[in-house]
Design a protein around this ligand. Structure first.
Ligand code: NAG
Ligand code: NAG
Ligand code: NAG
Ligand code: NAG
Ligand code: NAG
Length: 641
């Protein structure tokens, strides 16, 4: 009997959840808007499947076309046309196109790539105030970035590559506190860079290649998360930019740099690619660059770098390409560069090296070196210290069934009263709305607000220092220990400001570098919702010797009231939940799942949720504590190569 009840209850639960996601009906005005977009884009082949009867929310997504809905509105629209899209016809009007777009005000992700869209981007686009990710590459957009863009304060990714934008990069960049990716490659921007760039603390990728930017690069040393800096084919200079030491890719090719290379660069332990070719860099070439732990590509060709190479120099065996040509180097080629040279490109022509291939005579390099002089960089040398970076995750893990039983009872009660025509979800929500209090309705509204405005009441996502983590848990004192699961240990902690947190520590047994987690972190930082045990931040602990990650700590909000299961099945220990609280918890869980599926990009599925994964906070708000984190699957799966 027990088992059968179990099963039927489970099936009902699954049905309920599925129906929540599958009955998502788009408002007809949104459907009309999409059809209007199709018409304004001149019926591109990629939209050929759209017609009056299309159920936009439940069509399969492809790499060129995706529509994602959340609570009956469109939150994501990706349309990618053919690579060589032609200009849209004369009667295309970008103004009316954008006027159409802004009728989808819940859009968080907008990709309109290779569609032949032309014209200056109207400021009205800022009416899409929820936008987080914008990619309008490969169109024919021109003019400057409209001022109104600054209103898009949730913007995380802005990609305007391969257009004809011009003018300057706006001063108000600091109005995008969340910006992680700024990519403006292949445009006609012609200005110097504003200092406000250095306030984009979350910036991970800054890509300004192939424009007409000029002048000094502002101090980017404060951008602790910056990993990719691509400035090639501009007129930047003369000084090597000031950068944090987390860089993975530095491309300064073909600019007007004329300084020396600061010493710090040889402590950028995550650096994989360094391309400073085709400038006029002077002074010594730091040989230590060749032995950085992650380095694979070094191109210094076409500069006036000096220095003496040694046969016994050590270099990273992972080097794939080293181009030293056209500098003022002397000495003999390092052996380490020449070994297993089959799969490695090593170029060194036009130096003064002791090989007889295509080299200048030694005096040439000496005179040239004296002629260019050396511009010393008067800066402190930073040591590679114990690096504490970070990451986020989510925790919790349990087992049970009570929520299912709960749903089962709700549904059963309702089905007695009314003839079931609609799927069971409808019954829950309709009856909850009319028969019970209006609090549920406001709750639902609250959640869509949360969707739009981030998680109310939580501090912003941030990187924690290892010191903070240690202090919060009293050096992982056994009194703070909460439990251990397949995903590591859980500790309770209290931050300096008094906030209670739960900290999950995940030990890495393979060697990962922090940048391997770049993408995961970006994703994890979005797991913040009223009905999730939300992530507050992360922290990496790294090994001193090779800087690979030894542990990741993920900091969660602390949810004090125990599991939903304990409130339902251990009722005799404490006052059990009221019927109303149970229903609210049920709806909360459904909302949490819905958020995981469609409220973030990309969605999180296969969560294998159990009732013990649902925690209650002090106000009995249900929060899902165990959902599939990209980081965890990462630690399990990755490193097959
Ligand atoms: C542009 O004109 C063509 C016919 O000349 C028409 O089919 C199309 O709908 C027009 N497009 C817009 C956006 O008005
Ligand atoms: C923009 O979108 C296109 C199409 O999906 C994609 O190929 C491109 O990589 C995106 N740009 C960036 C910088 O991610
Ligand atoms: C940038 O380009 C635009 C359009 O070509 C031109 O009008 C403007 O004067 C240029 N600005 C600078 C600072 O070069
Ligand atoms: C190094 O840079 C130069 C100039 O930018 C380029 O021509 C050359 O192909 C690069 N070398 C390698 C090995 O990529
Ligand atoms: C490498 O060679 C140079 C001179 O050829 C010598 O001074 C130096 O001690 C050697 N270093 C090592 C580690 O063998």
């Amino acid at each position: 009997m027990g088992n059968r009840l179990y099963l039927s209850v489970f099936l009902v639960f699954v049905t309920v959840l599925l129906s929540i996601f599958h009955t998502e009906q788009l408002q007809s005005s949104d459907s009309k808007t999409l059809l209007r977009i199709q018409q304004q884009l001149n019926f591109p082949p990629v939209l050929s499947s759209w017609n009056k009867n299309t159920d936009f929310c439940s069509t399969d997504s492809t790499s060129s076309l995706t529509v994602v809905c959340y609570e009956g509105t469109i939150t994501q629209l990706h349309i990618v046309g053919e690579t060589r899209a032609l200009l849209l016809p004369r009667n295309f009007s970008i103004d009316s196109f954008v006027r159409t777009l802004v009728r989808l005000p819940s859009l968080k992700v907008l990709t309109l790539v290779s569609l032949g869209i032309w014209g200056p981007l109207p400021g009205k686009i800022a009416h899409l105030s929820s936008l987080e990710i914008v990619n309008v590459s490969s169109n024919f957009l021109y003019g400057s970035i409209p001022l109104q863009f600054s209103l898009l304060s949730h913007l995380q990714t802005l990609i305007l590559d391969d257009n004809m934008f011009s003018g300057h990069l706006p001063e108000w960049l600091d109005s995008f506190p969340a910006l992680t990716v700024l990519s403006l490659k292949n445009n006609l921007f012609n200005s110097s860079l504003p200092d406000s760039l250095n306030s984009l603390e979350n910036l991970r990728i800054l890509s300004l290649s192939h424009n007409h930017f000029y002048g000094p690069v502002p101090d980017l040393g404060r951008l602790a998360n910056l990993q990719v800096l691509e400035l090639d084919d501009n007129a930047f200079g003369p000084r090597f930019p000031q950068l944090g030491d987390k860089l993975v890719t530095i491309v300064l090719r073909n600019n007007k740099f004329r300084s020396s290379i600061p010493d710090e660069v040889s402590s950028y332990y995550q650096l994989e690619k360094l391309d400073i070719s085709a400038n006029t860099f002077v002074g010594p070439f730091q040989l230590a660059l060749l032995s950085l732990p992650s380095i694979t590509y070094v191109n210094i060709s076409g500069n006036k770098l000096t220095g003496m190479l040694f046969e016994n120099l050590s270099c990273n065996p992972g080097l794939e390409a080293v181009d030293l040509s056209s500098n003022l180097l002397t000495g003999s080629l390092p052996k380490c560069l020449m070994s297993n040279s089959n799969d490695r490109t090593v170029l060194y022509a036009r130096n003064c090296l002791e090989t007889n291939q295509n080299q200048h005579a030694l005096p040439f390099c000496h005179t040239e070196a004296i002629a260019v002089g050396i511009v010393p960089e008067g800066k402190k040398h930073k040591r590679v210290s114990k690096e504490v970076l970070s990451i986020g995750i989510v925790c919790g893990t349990f087992g049970g069934v009570a929520i299912v039983a709960l749903l089962f009872f709700i549904i059963r009660r309702e089905s007695v009263k009314s003839k079931i025509k609609n799927p069971p979800t409808k019954l829950i929500s309709e009856n909850a709305a009319s028969g019970y209090t209006s609090k549920l309705i406001s709750d639902a509204r609250y959640i869509s607000q949360t969707m739009k405005f981030g998680t109310v009441g939580l501090p912003p996502y941030r990187v924690f220092s290892l010191e903070e983590i240690v202090a919060a848990t009293n050096n992982f004192d056994s009194a703070s220990f909460m439990g251990e699961g397949s995903q590591g240990k859980m500790h309770r902690g209290q931050l300096k400001d008094g906030l209670l947190v739960a900290i999950r520590s995940v030990k890495m047994n393979r060697s990962y570098s922090t940048q391997d987690f770049m993408h995961n972190i970006e994703q994890i930082s979005k797991y913040r919702h009223r009905h999730l045990v939300s992530v507050l931040g992360h922290c990496f602990e790294c090994y001193l010797d090779d800087s690979s990650v030894s542990s990741i700590f993920v900091v969660f909000e602390y949810v004090p009231n125990g599991t939903l299961k304990s409130w339902i099945s251990d009722g005799h220990y404490r006052k059990s939940l009221t019927w109303m609280q149970r229903i609210e918890a049920t709806i909360g869980v459904a909302k949490g799942i819905q958020f995981l599926h469609t409220g973030i990009v990309p969605g999180v599925y296969s969560n294998n949720l159990k009732i013990t994964d649902v925690l209650l906070d002090q106000n009995f708000v249900a929060k899902i504590s165990s959902y599939d984190l990209p980081l965890l699957s990462y630690t399990r799966k990755v490193w097959t190569k």
